[in-house]
Design a protein around this ligand. Structure first.
Ligand SMILES: [Zn+2]
Length: 89
């Protein structure tokens, strides 16, 4: 009980300090900023909440890790690729 890490951040609207206790991570009673918290600690907080001061809802987005497809290079040997059609250019 009570052995949680805490993440501190500012409300994006009124800029007052908010905090959440994380259920992730090692639960070492540590304190982190939103930009310095380990990923497993961030994973233990609610990504959607509302400011307890001004009531504005906010959404925390963790963008440090993402997976996206690489840009594809037209395959010139594939005649069915529309980018290789004669009228493409
Ligand atoms: Zn606020």
């Amino acid at each position: 009980m009570g052995c949680f890490d805490t993440v501190h951040y500012q409300c994006p609207s009124c800029h007052r300090e908010l905090e959440q206790q994380s259920k992730g991570g090692e639960c070492g009673l540590r304190h982190f900023g939103l930009h310095t918290a380990p990923m497993n600690v961030l994973g233990g907080i609610d990504m959607e909440d509302a400011c307890r001061f001004c009531g504005v809802p906010y959404h925390i987005r963790v963008c440090a890790v993402s997976i996206t497809p690489m840009p594809t290079v037209p395959n010139l040997s594939n005649a069915s690729d529309p980018r290789c059609a004669d009228d493409y250019w």
